[in-house]
Design a protein around this ligand. Sequence first.
Ligand SMILES: *[C@@H]1O[C@H](CO)[C@@H](O)[C@H](O)[C@H]1NC(C)=O
Ligand SMILES: *[C@@H]1O[C@H](CO)[C@@H](O)[C@H](O)[C@H]1NC(C)=O
Ligand SMILES: *[C@@H]1O[C@H](CO)[C@@H](O)[C@H](O)[C@H]1NC(C)=O
Ligand SMILES: *[C@@H]1O[C@H](CO)[C@@H](O)[C@H](O)[C@H]1NC(C)=O
Ligand SMILES: *[C@@H]1O[C@H](CO)[C@@H](O)[C@H](O)[C@H]1NC(C)=O
Ligand SMILES: *[C@@H]1O[C@H](CO)[C@@H](O)[C@H](O)[C@H]1NC(C)=O
Ligand SMILES: *[C@@H]1O[C@H](CO)[C@@H](O)[C@H](O)[C@H]1NC(C)=O
Ligand SMILES: *[C@@H]1O[C@H](CO)[C@@H](O)[C@H](O)[C@H]1NC(C)=O
Ligand SMILES: *[C@@H]1O[C@H](CO)[C@@H](O)[C@H](O)[C@H]1NC(C)=O
Length: 474
Amino acid sequence: MTDDPMTRSRDRIRDLFRQMTSRWYILAMVFLTSMLFMANFYYKSHILYRDNARLDYVTNGSRHRRPHRYHGWLVVKSIKAQACPLAYFVQRTVTVRNNSAAIMTNVESHQEVISSRTHLPDNLWLNPSNSTISWTNLNIPKLFNATFLNPCWYDPPEGAARKLHCLPYFFLAGFPKCATTDLYYKMALHPQIRLAAKKEPHWWTRKRLPDLNSTMESGSLMSLEKYEELFDRGANCMEKISKLHLPGQVRLITGDASASTLWDNRYWRLSPEDTKLNKSGLTLAEIIQHYLPKSKIIVIVRDPVSRLFSDYNYFWKDVDILPSVEDFHEKAKHAITAITECLVNNTLRACLYEDIIKTKVRIKVGMYSVYLRDWYRAFPRQQIHVLRTEDYAASPETELKKIFNFLDLDPLEKSVYEKIRKMSKMNDQRSRTSGIEMLPETETMLRDFYSRFNRDLATLLNNSNYLWLNNTAS
Ligand SMILES: *[C@@H]1O[C@H](CO)[C@@H](O)[C@H](O)[C@H]1NC(C)=O
Ligand SMILES: *[C@@H]1O[C@H](CO)[C@@H](O)[C@H](O)[C@H]1NC(C)=O
Ligand SMILES: *[C@@H]1O[C@H](CO)[C@@H](O)[C@H](O)[C@H]1NC(C)=O
Ligand SMILES: *[C@@H]1O[C@H](CO)[C@@H](O)[C@H](O)[C@H]1NC(C)=O
Ligand SMILES: *[C@@H]1O[C@H](CO)[C@@H](O)[C@H](O)[C@H]1NC(C)=O
Ligand SMILES: *[C@@H]1O[C@H](CO)[C@@H](O)[C@H](O)[C@H]1NC(C)=O
Ligand SMILES: *[C@@H]1O[C@H](CO)[C@@H](O)[C@H](O)[C@H]1NC(C)=O
Ligand SMILES: *[C@@H]1O[C@H](CO)[C@@H](O)[C@H](O)[C@H]1NC(C)=O
Ligand SMILES: *[C@@H]1O[C@H](CO)[C@@H](O)[C@H](O)[C@H]1NC(C)=O
């Protein structure tokens, strides 16, 4: 009866099953699945960082192919790796620390004399004839829930359906191409810091208001609610910690690391004239101070000459020509001329804040002191922490310790610093342009241009390191 078709098909099924459970079959399946997984991962990081894909680079007639490095997976990993650290808060010994940030006084401005406003009116309309859009009446409470160190509130205030909303406690506010990405993801290794769903929302600078005559990024408005949602991961975790009923505040924080916050003041020209404010020009620093007066502002600056070259390389957009040191020279020269001409009939702030100079390299970004002065007008000195990329690169540990102290967080354990020492740099520009240097005449021209702004910065910060006298453009 062995030839019975029923038995035969049963045997065949049994054979097939045996085959399927054989070691080779399983290995093959595991291999295929992991290949699929990796392809998916690669694809995602590619999408996330596709802007990093670079063209060839021309120097003196020869071509250099700039390697692209997709570090998107690191970003995904950093965010996913952050579990809500409940155990940390339970085990933590409460340390009382003094914030001994030096307070400097009497730093004189050689620019326009503008005194600080003590407060802004609550209803300042963007357009006096249209009371739809306001500068200052966003739906953000004046008082936050004191249980949390981070600015958070319940909406609705009572009931089972109430939800905890949070806004940033700190701003990693600038500057681009100064290692903000690397700094941000290393800061995120601190158990008291929760990453937002997006590193750079650019909400305050670019997505908060309709740019009435938008020259760029039009149609990318984001509602306050959507912005708040970016901090939901932090809010959920803070709420969980609050339910542990530990003594003291819930000292978990979240932040906004848009590298445009410090300098992109594109709504300045839309701000109300003398009528309501007694002086024109409402800066973003004042707006953030109005809503989040306790914000901690972190500013990382780098030798502006090398910053500009890095910026040129990174944000390369021209489709017609390849980047080259000669092209960089032309664009830098053109930018200096444009600023010089603008200054004939405008103030320095107007030239930087109003969208009036069109330059092909972002030379204005490196004029750090002009922006910083406006932030110091809006915030007390102790709420702004400035560091140099060069010092951070030389000793990330020293600079991170200062930052955690500035943020009022616990000192980080030694083991985490060991991990940091082993980590590679993120979004590292040097790997992409290694061996390519700007022309000596470009460097001389740019050093000369930036020197007065560096002097101003060194005065403002009372620190001659900000003159970058010892740096070569590296
Ligand atoms: C450019 O190329 C020429 C000829 O190959 C060479 O003589 C010159 O030194 C190069 N200049 C630089 C700045 O590398
Ligand atoms: C903090 O500073 C105050 C005033 O300078 C001082 O009296 C106090 O002892 C300090 N506390 C600690 C823990 O260092
Ligand atoms: C500036 O720094 C010097 C030394 O670094 C210090 O002696 C001086 O008191 C500082 N000035 C101000 C106004 O803080
Ligand atoms: C006011 O501004 C909003 C948003 O731009 C617009 O939708 C509305 O039509 C404006 N109202 C008037 C009266 O101009
Ligand atoms: C503040 O937060 C705590 C902890 O979640 C909560 O119990 C309390 O009701 C909140 N207070 C207000 C006024 O929302
Ligand atoms: C928008 O552009 C027009 C024409 O260039 C100009 O008249 C107007 O003042 C601008 N509006 C704003 C708010 O900048
Ligand atoms: C503008 O000036 C008037 C009169 O001096 C004063 O009452 C008002 O508070 C000032 N407004 C602001 C926003 O400073
Ligand atoms: C500055 O303004 C004057 C008078 O309006 C004008 O003649 C001149 O061309 C302007 N200069 C520049 C560089 O825009
Ligand atoms: C520049 O370097 C020299 C020698 O390394 C040092 O003596 C000097 O203090 C440095 N100057 C600045 C402004 O850092």
